[in-house]
Design a protein around this ligand. Structure first.
Ligand SMILES: [Zn+2]
Length: 205
């Protein structure tokens, strides 16, 4: 792509670094922003910079939060003995929407993926294991997408907890293999949390 302006080229380049945004889409978005009133573009820029500079991650579950301890972790009505292990905030939002889960979450920040160079040390697995060793957790519910990466991650965590007296379960899937949690409908997802199965059983299947 040949640009008549270095400024335009820069903006298009940065925009195209976003996932799913090719050069053409980036150009369309940048031209759109250029047509907007200056205040509008400033608000967008401020929101992004503010997010990056000020966002916090809950010190317990690692979910995105405005406070040190997120609303879910600091809610006394939640059951701290059961922890649902998810990949990111989208899964927390999807499961919260079902209103079927009253425990806490642990946000891993991704899945183990040798192909993408993501190892256990890149995720919040160690804090999870440390938390498990404190003895408050009675059950861990794996709710990662049932992809090879999800299964690998579940199994890795399961192995780390082997010596601890913690029940591990996995959400029952009415969901096809490879479907991401966030796309599952609320009823199906809610049911799959209620009908979770012992993790060991999922290994035999
Ligand atoms: Zn939290």
């Amino acid at each position: 792509m040949e640009f008549s302006s270095k400024l335009l080229e820069n903006a298009v380049y940065e925009m195209s670094q976003l996932p799913g945004i090719g050069k053409r889409t980036a150009l369309r978005l940048v031209l759109h922003l250029l047509k907007q009133p200056k205040e509008q573009t400033s608000r967008l820029a401020d929101a992004l910079v503010g997010l990056k500079n000020k966002v916090k991650f809950c010190k317990s579950c690692h979910n995105i939060s405005d406070t040190e301890l997120c609303e879910i972790c600091s809610n006394p009505r939640r059951d701290e003995s059961i922890v649902c292990v998810v990949e990111d905030i989208r899964d927390v939002m999807a499961i919260e929407n079902t209103s079927q889960f009253k425990g806490l979450y642990h946000v891993l920040g991704g899945k183990i993926s040798p192909m993408e160079g993501v190892g256990p040390q890149d995720l919040t697995i160690k804090p999870l294991v440390d938390k498990a060793k404190e003895g408050k957790i009675k059950e861990l519910v794996f709710a990662l997408s049932s992809t090879m990466e999800g299964d690998t991650t579940n199994f890795y965590i399961y192995k780390q907890l082997e010596d601890l007296d913690i029940k591990t379960s996995t959400i029952a899937r009415g969901i096809a293999v490879g479907d991401e949690l966030e796309y599952a409908d609320e009823v199906t997802l809610g049911r799959s949390i209620l009908n979770r199965i012992p993790f060991e059983n999922s290994l035999k299947a």
